[in-house]
Design a protein around this ligand. Sequence first.
Ligand code: IDP
Ligand code: MG
Length: 138
Amino acid sequence: MERTLSIIKPDGVSRGLIGEVIKRFEESGIKITAMKMTYLSKKKAEGFYAVHRGKPFFESLTDFIASGPITVMVLEGEDVIQHNRDLMGATNYKEAKPGTIRADFATDIEKNVVHGSDAPETAATEIAYFFSSLEIVG
Ligand code: IDP
Ligand code: MG
């Protein structure tokens, strides 16, 4: 069993896509073991996306992710990190496979509805950024 962090970004929340995203997770056999609505301050957004500091899109990305409420979830399942990335689709929605969340709903390379951890180490760090172990069920 593996864990990963999923975020429905401010564009997904404001457009009413929370249920749609969760439905796709549940229908594909992924278990949600923690979930909450929250906000990232600009400072916490910069910490979360620290790996992208210095890139041309860093300022805009951290402004965007701090611009409104987000839904954060811990997902659990076999190979769930890759499984979630497959459901999300490519970063650039124009390159995302049809039927993926980003292909179906993203409006912009930045406003691409969802975040998903990309490796076991980042998953562990990112989950701990939002949840204590007591908040994760199962
Ligand atoms: P990922 O979300 O698919 O893992 P990353 O490369 O980790 O993609 O980038 C983090 C986020 O930064 C993306 O989801 C997207 O919102 C934003 N982003 C990535 N590349 C660009 C870009 O070239 N222009 C604008 N925003 C970008
Ligand atoms: Mg990434």
